[in-house]
Design a binder for this molecule. Structure first.
Ligand SMILES: *[C@@H]1O[C@H](CO)[C@@H](O)[C@H](O)[C@H]1NC(C)=O
Ligand SMILES: *[C@@H]1O[C@H](CO)[C@@H](O)[C@H](O)[C@H]1NC(C)=O
Ligand SMILES: *[C@@H]1O[C@H](CO)[C@@H](O)[C@H](O)[C@H]1NC(C)=O
Ligand SMILES: *[C@@H]1O[C@H](CO)[C@@H](O)[C@H](O)[C@H]1NC(C)=O
Length: 756
């Protein structure tokens, strides 16, 4: 069905797996070097062509191939033409991926009917306890009402899967629904009623990385009792939708995910009949017509498939998001109420809590000499980068402090300390990482501490004549009441490509998440029941994919936009202490970190009102982004003429949140929205406004919404007016608030971001 993938193509660039790359130090740049082959003049290009109007596009795959091949220049067809075609796409877009020289690519670009030609890049990969934390409990509530997601199919585009893990047992899972058309590329009997499909576009579908096994089990793993990782985070492990089906599309390797493979994964998933797609990967902000995930997700959404993606691990700086398109659910990462604690004890008897997954019982509780690894003249030694401590004899038997640096390669820093003879490692945050700490499976006794703790430890190091320290391992603790807190790494808005759409949409559990892993971490576990604790927006995304599947199973007639609306308008803005959600600085997190807030599945199932978006609504939106007709055609796969329709500014799309900008002399912005009643037929809603700093007034008309029937719609308008006194208004670069429609039974919160 798909063409063979070339493994030695020249410099292809990547989309990252949003989780692993910064646990291990894998960077897209390394990956590009790894696949570079200067002796070959060929690169893989993605080519999009206009659908022929006079031809039935549901032609056989053979016809389609022939049609696509007709675009290849003679040099590419004269010999070995089969070899040049990498993928022929059928559902995701009309086009193909082929190995071409730059001259051939130029020649194709000149041809009639060709919309888009670009060399592909590679994007990067970005418990157990989490269902409980999210309020999902056996026998009651949403899990019961949704039948644990029975019958729903979640497609996962990732690094593949380890099929024999007990999390993918199909006990109690019915056979797939009749609409399922997918297949299983594993030999033998690895697929079952849980794991109903496995396809690969890069080698066999097995997971050699762990990332895909982890994300898949987070979304839809079965109940596994007595799960733990290195003895910690123990309990019953289970995915968000334990009875849903999984369909795996392997599009990533440890170095990242090639764009042509990502499109091939979408192409197959759309054909196969999945209900939800989960992508824990992404690249940098790009125009949507030039963004493979945005294009693939648009085609999927057209078929009613809900697409959930990770926001990226490039925080905490602003405008660092992946996956900004309004038809995607963009998920940031926050902590849960569980820590896997270890404390640094100094010779001065001061103690500082931190985290680590590896908790040796035999680490001597006696104070050891304490040193900082940093050596004058070598900045890489301060953060214990690979190779930087080679040949050092002064670390032997000591507790070594390493700076976290860019937070990548944390396990490798430990390895470097271990190789240099260090007895233990203290990994100290900088101001950027603040109070976020991560429980990693370190290779030596280690503890990750906050910036404040790290600074105190270093101050002691400077002052004490003979500094000493040890690590006290304290195991798993539940009930950290400042959860959920946004982690430093979670990518932040504002949205670069479409500032009128608030992103991220939502945050979910993405810090220290226990889920299935294909490689045992110690001798007491076997391959089939191994678990690992890892962190990333990659881990947050499948939680939301699972929640979407639950909603889909309760409300099969809801569109992807309606499901997103339910998730966004019911999100929680306060933490377990009933205070505003905080970030890595312990201060309240802003709207560009949290989006609407933390997912609240039990409320999302019954939102009261829905903001829906039809596919026809996106064309005026694209015209408003000033995309050309042919750029829009690359996304919607149809001819579009912006001059003949009324375009809308992006903030006017019927999104469940509102994001407006006051540039230059603008003093008033008016936004309209349409809501649909999905609660009781007779409902009365009143608007409640959370005031916004820097605005003179927020005027909502009408103030009340009256519904008499199910599915009835109502429109409202909000006028935002900027202060006449500009100086007072300009004290903050942005401000936030909300418009909440409140009835006797429901509270529909529409978050508002204002950028000045
Ligand atoms: C985890 O293990 C500890 C020690 O065996 C036990 O006390 C605790 O109840 C377990 N926690 C869960 C959630 O099973
Ligand atoms: C689109 O172009 C119009 C006219 O030049 C301009 O006013 C508007 O700001 C542009 N919109 C965007 C999103 O760039
Ligand atoms: C509301 O609309 C949905 C989909 O359009 C439909 O399936 C459902 O039956 C409608 N409900 C009522 C009460 O009309
Ligand atoms: C984004 O960051 C820059 C630089 O730190 C800052 O000047 C700007 O105000 C920030 N913008 C928003 C919307 O947070």
């Amino acid at each position: 069905m798909e063409g063979r993938k070339c493994r030695s193509c020249p410099t292809t660039v990547m989309i990252s797996l949003l989780g692993l790359a910064w646990l291990l130090s894998i960077s897209p740049a390394d990956a590009a070097i790894a696949v570079a082959n200067p002796s070959s003049p060929l690169s893989t290009y993605i080519v999009q062509v206009r659908k022929p109007a006079d031809q039935d596009f549901a032609a056989t795959p053979g016809d389609l191939d022939a049609f696509y091949r007709s675009f290849l220049p003679a040099t590419a067809t004269s010999s070995n033409q089969e070899h040049r075609m990498v993928h022929s796409y059928r559902n995701v877009l009309s086009g193909f991926a082929a190995k071409l020289t730059t001259e051939e690519a130029e020649a194709i670009r000149e041809k009639d009917g060709v919309l888009y030609v670009r060399p592909e890049e590679a994007l990067s990969l970005h418990t157990t306890h989490t269902p409980d934390f999210l309020g999902l409990h056996q026998g009651v509530g949403l899990w019961k009402d949704s039948n644990f997601g029975k019958g729903v199919i979640i497609g996962v585009l990732d690094t593949g899967i380890f099929p024999d893990h007990i999390s993918f047992s199909d006990e109690g899972v019915p056979p797939p629904p009749a609409k399922w058309k997918g297949g299983c590329d594993f030999n033998g009997k690895s697929c079952n009623n849980k794991l109903i499909g496995a396809r690969s576009y890069t080698g066999p579908p097995d997971d050699q990385v762990g990332h895909g096994t982890h994300t898949s089990s987070t979304a839809a793993g079965a109940f596994v009792r007595r799960a733990s990782a290195l003895g910690n985070a123990n309990g019953t492990a289970v995915g968000m939708v334990p009875l849903a089906h999984l369909a795996i599309y392997k599009v990533c390797e440890v170095f990242g995910c090639l764009e042509s493979d990502i499109l091939a994964g979408f192409d197959a998933a759309i054909e196969d009949g999945v209900d939800v797609l989960s992508l824990s990967l992404g690249g940098i902000s790009r125009p949507f017509y030039d963004d493979v995930i945005a294009k693939g997700a648009f085609a999927a959404t057209q078929k009613g498939i809900f697409v959930s993606c990770s926001a990226g691990n490039s925080g905490p700086s602003n405008s660092t998001l992946s996956n900004e398109a309004p038809w995607i659910l963009t998920v940031g990462a926050s902590s849960i109420d569980r820590t896997i604690t270890a404390s640094v004890q100094l010779g001065s008897r001061q103690e500082f809590d931190g985290e680590t997954l590896y908790q040796p019982h035999d680490f001597p509780q006696k104070l050891l000499p304490l040193v900082h690894a940093g050596k004058t003249g070598d900045p890489s030694s301060a953060s214990c980068l690979p190779g930087s401590l080679r040949g050092r004899s002064d670390l032997q038997g000591k507790v070594v402090v390493c700076d976290i640096g860019d937070a990548k390669g944390r396990l490798e820093k430990g390895q470097e300390v271990k190789d240099a003879g260090g007895s233990a490692m203290i990994l100290a945050n900088g101001p950027t990482e603040g109070y976020t700490t991560l429980a990693d499976a370190h290779v030596l006794p280690a503890v990750h501490v906050s910036y404040v703790a790290g600074a105190a430890i270093k101050s002691y190091l400077r002052k004490a004549p003979a500094p000493t320290a040890t690590i006290l391992f304290k195991g798993t603790r539940i009930g950290t009441s400042a959860a959920p807190a946004v982690s430093f790494f979670s990518s932040r808005g504002p949205n670069i490509e479409s500032p009128g759409i608030l992103k991220p949409d939502i945050i979910g559990p993405g810090v220290n998440i226990l889920a299935s892993w294909p490689f045992p971490l110690d001798k007491s576990t076997s391959k089939t029941d191994a678990f690992n604790v890892i962190s990333g927006t990659s881990m947050a995304c499948p939680h939301l994919s699972g929640v979407a599947a639950l909603l889909k199973s309760v409300h099969p007639d809801w569109s992807p936009a309606a499901i997103k609306s339910a998730i966004v308008t019911t999100a929680a803005t306060s933490n377990m202490k009933h205070q505003p959600i905080i970030d890595q600085t312990l201060h309240p997190a802003d709207i560009f970190a949290t989006g609407a807030g933390h997912v609240n599945p039990s409320k999302a199932v019954d939102p009261g009102l829905i903001y829906d978006i039809g596919l026809q609504d996106y064309v005026p939106y694209f015209c408003g982004l000033n995309y050309t007709d042919s750029e829009i055609e690359m996304i919607v796969q149809k001819k579009v003429t912006c001059s003949s329709i009324k375009s809308i500014p992006d903030y006017q799309l019927n999104y469940p949140s509102i994001s407006v900008m006051f540039g230059g002399s603008v003093t008033k912005v008016s936004v309209t929205r349409t809501v649909r009643n999905v609660g009781p037929a007779k409902s009365h809603y009143r608007s409640v406004i959370e005031q916004i700093k820097g605005l003179d007034s927020i005027d909502v008309r009408p103030r009340d919404l009256e519904f008499t029937e199910a599915n009835q719609t109502a429109n409202y308008r909000v006028d935002f007016t900027r202060g006449v006194d500009r100086k007072a208004a300009a004290t903050t670069p942005f401000a936030q608030g909300a418009i909440t429609w409140v009835s006797a039974l429901h509270s529909v919160r529409t978050p508002v971001a204002v950028v000045f």
